[in-house]
Design a protein around this ligand. Structure first.
Ligand SMILES: Nc1ncnc2c1ncn2[C@@H]1O[C@H](COP(=O)(O)OP(=O)(O)OP(=O)(O)O)[C@@H](O)[C@H]1O
Length: 385
């Protein structure tokens, strides 16, 4: 699960579901109404495209994730009320009577009920009951509006409901189960004000699979704009799994490299052996043909002379090959080129016949016999000119 909203516009409407009065306005998610009757309201905005899976794909660990958002709470008429929350829940719809101190998270009947299936980080802007530090804190809530742990912000000079942006980042590690929250606000006199809190929590104690990502908020006697200006969320592959996967990939890459290099070396040695054999065979052949005998032609020259052994140049065919009409340019000589066909199976025999033919014909001279001018042996080609 991965998404990024640098800001919000009407085109993003279908990415979310909104409780009545919630909307996209002023490039922000308005969790509670920003116009009309704004007091004693609660609201929820739910990411509607996908749910978060509680477990990773192999069900070996809880899903790790990271999310960042910018919240902006603007009190109306001077005094703030009541607050907002980022929630993970299996029950995305807004509970009735959840305005005021309930922050859109739950209500007086269902407060603390296991069936709420809610894990929330609340950003409270009004003290609602004696246990709360003050009207400016954040806290971890499990199925209840009474925070499991609270973090006062006034002593860090962070004011949630100041109308200035608060950068919130949260991370959950499914292996260590550490849930961390960091808050940053720019100070009016320069620099950054920071606060953070964390705890170890097994999310499977509170949540079932298919978790909705939700912003909730409320107003009471006093009202405020509960705005989210940007939001990104991403699940993170479990570190151990990533480590193993990277290990496997590296191993496969090295194995492939070793196999490839071995093949390359093998091919090189085979090629060297073949060329050596060919060179040796050539040398032997040359030795066998009388040193003062006929000219040794290059195959290239004989190809050129016969238009690459064109069928149109064919003079005839004998028992051991085909004879072509050729013209040797450098000698300005018309010749007959006999291309000895030498099947792989009897290449030795072919070569022997060739040597015999060259040696014999080169020694013969008769008006009824054609004169042997030269020969060629390249690769598998044996040619008489
Ligand atoms: N110098 C040449 N001029 C014109 N045609 C030729 C010449 N040499 C060969 N030919 C033609 O090519 C044919 C095949 O010649 P080749 O020497 O291969 O005959 P072969 O002696 O019957 O065969 P092999 O020696 O292979 O058993 C001949 O029958 C002839 O038609």
């Amino acid at each position: 699960l991965h998404f990024t909203f640098p800001s919000f516009n009407p085109g993003n409407r279908d990415d979310f579901s909104f409780s009545p009065g919630s909307a996209i306005s002023n490039n922000s998610l308005q969790i509670t109404p920003n116009a009309g009757n704004m007091s004693h309201r609660s609201g929820r905005v739910v990411y509607a495209r996908e749910t978060l899976k509680l477990w990773n794909s192999k069900r070996t660990a809880l899903t790790s994730f990271r999310t960042e958002f910018v919240l902006n709470i603007l009190p109306q008429n001077g005094t703030a009320g009541e607050g907002m929350a980022f929630m993970l829940t299996n029950n995305p719809s807004l509970p009735s009577d959840s305005s005021g101190q309930w922050l859109g998270i739950c209500n007086s009947q269902r407060d603390g009920a296991k069936t709420n299936r809610v894990v929330a980080v609340e950003f409270d802007t009004r003290q609602s009951y004696a246990d709360e530090f003050d009207g400016n804190h954040f806290g971890f809530d499990f199925n209840s509006i009474k925070s499991f742990r609270q973090y006062p912000l006034s002593n860090q000079s962070i004011i949630l409901a100041s109308g200035s942006d608060v950068w919130v980042s949260m991370a959950y590690n499914g292996t260590t189960r550490l849930f961390g929250v960091d808050l940053v606000q720019h100070s009016t006199i320069g620099g950054q004000l920071k606060s953070s809190g964390s705890l170890i929590v097994n999310l499977s104690h509170y949540l079932a699979d298919d978790i909705y990502l939700v912003f909730a908020g409320s107003t009471g006697d006093f009202t405020q704009l509960n705005q989210i200006k940007s939001w990104n969320f991403t699940t993170i592959e479990n570190d151990a799994t990533v480590g193993i996967r990277v290990g496997i990939k590296v191993f496969l890459a090295i194995a492939a490299l070793v196999i490839f290099s071995t093949c390359l070396v093998g091919v090189f040695f085979m090629w060297r052996r073949l060329t050596r054999q060919r060179r040796l065979a050539n040398r032997n052949l040359e030795k066998m043909i009388d040193a003062h005998g006929p000219v040794k032609f290059k195959l290239r020259e004989l190809r050129r002379a016969t238009a690459n052994f064109s069928p149109t140049r064919k003079l005839g065919r004998g028992g051991s090959g085909t004879v072509y009409l050729g013209h040797i340019n450098r000698m300005n000589l018309e010749v007959a080129v006999k291309r000895v066909s030498m099947g792989n199976a009897d290449s030795n025999r072919g070569e022997q016949e060739f040597v015999a033919e060259v040696n014999t014909i080169s020694k013969l001279s008769h008006r009824n016999l054609v004169k042997l001018i030269g020969w060629c042996h390249e690769g598998s080609e044996l040619l008489l000119v």
